[in-house]
Design a protein around this ligand. Structure first.
Ligand code: FAD
Length: 281
């Protein structure tokens, strides 16, 4: 693929809502450093780490006011139809046209699921209530969602979610491109035609990566894990190695014709800028 083709590969950026005024300021600077990459849109997580919908909306509002498209993540766990309806009305009033629709996870000690059991029910409800107003992204798991019975059942759940009205899917991060390509092929055999965009996690901090990966079921290949462990606290070596590994992964994905790349920025600019520079984006 030529440099021109790489430059035109669509990218999107994911942020989480900062909890402190300093965090808000820092994220505003991070965004300014990343905007020259011309992201198609930026998404903002919700609920993860106890964040509130207010923090998500405030960050989305800031991004929209800076002239970029923005999508709040919206999880339905514990929600009622009435509360979702109100939230959709607020999104419309704010000029939001995209949503990343999720089930979310029950916080420990939380009572019940609410009126939505799966993300597919949320997607269907959004379509019933608002027609085609929103562009809806959903989550996909090339290495299987950790609570799924087996990969086949998880694929069927994904297909149901797509048929409920999703426009595109963003994957959980992974370091094994084969898992992604297999998932995409299997989804295509089930009639899925929407873009399935790989989620890319830069490697910058090994203990955090191990923790996240254990929680979300993303596999860190043994050779990557043992190299990272071997670097101990040597941050520079971890980052240099991480940049090599993730650049190679992105190159493999690009050669395989992915429809875009979705970067989990972790509210930092340097790792994504480093990757995009290596990729010629
Ligand atoms: P679902 O698609 O509903 O799937 C959940 C589980 O139920 C799966 O195991 C699936 O196989 C199973 N399932 C689905 N339908 C059926 C059915 N009909 N019958 C039987 N089983 C079924 N979490 C947050 O809290 N905030 C965020 O902002 C956030 N952003 C994310 C962004 C991305 C790109 C990704 C990949 C994940 C994100 N998550 C976020 C994590 C996500 O909320 C969790 O992984 C959650 O456990 C599942 O959400 P889901 O939308 O994939 O659920």
């Amino acid at each position: 693929m030529s440099k021109l083709d790489s430059a035109s590969l669509p990218i999107s950026l994911e942020f989480f809502p900062p909890k402190t005024p300093e965090g808000v300021e820092k994220l505003a600077m991070v965004r300014q450093r990343l905007y020259p990459l011309r992201p198609q849109y930026c998404s903002v997580t919700y609920g993860a780490g106890g964040s509130t919908q207010d923090g998500t909306i405030q960050t989305v509002r800031a991004i929209l006011s800076e002239g970029f498209d923005a999508a709040p993540h919206f999880s339905c766990i514990g929600a009622s139809k009435g509360s979702v309806r109100e939230q959709l009305a607020q999104f419309k009033a704010e000029g939001i046209r995209r949503i990343v629709a999720l089930r979310g996870d029950l916080p420990s000690g939380y009572g019940g699921f609410g009126e939505f059991r799966y993300a597919s029910e949320l997607v269907a409800f959004i379509r019933e209530e608002t027609g085609d107003h929103f562009h809806i992204e959903v989550a996909a798991y090339p290495e299987m969602h950790p609570q799924a019975r087996n990969p086949q059942a998880d694929l069927q759940a994904f297909v149901t979610k797509v048929k409920a009205g999703a426009n595109a899917a963003l994957t959980q991060y992974f370091f094994n491109a084969d898992a992604y390509f297999r998932f995409v092929d299997e989804a295509a055999r089930e009639g899925v035609t929407i873009p399935i965009i790989p989620g890319i996690m830069p490697i910058t901090n090994s203990s955090q990566l191990m923790r996240f990966s254990d929680a979300c079921g993303a596999e860190i290949p043994r050779w990557v894990r043992s190299r990272l462990e071997g670097f101990g606290d040597d941050k520079a070596s971890i980052q240099a190695f991480g940049l090599d590994v993730v650049t190679q992964l992105c190159e493999q994905l690009r050669r395989g014709g992915v429809p875009g790349l979705h970067f989990y920025t972790m509210n930092q600019s340097a790792p994504v800028l480093g990757l995009c520079e290596r990729l010629g984006i």
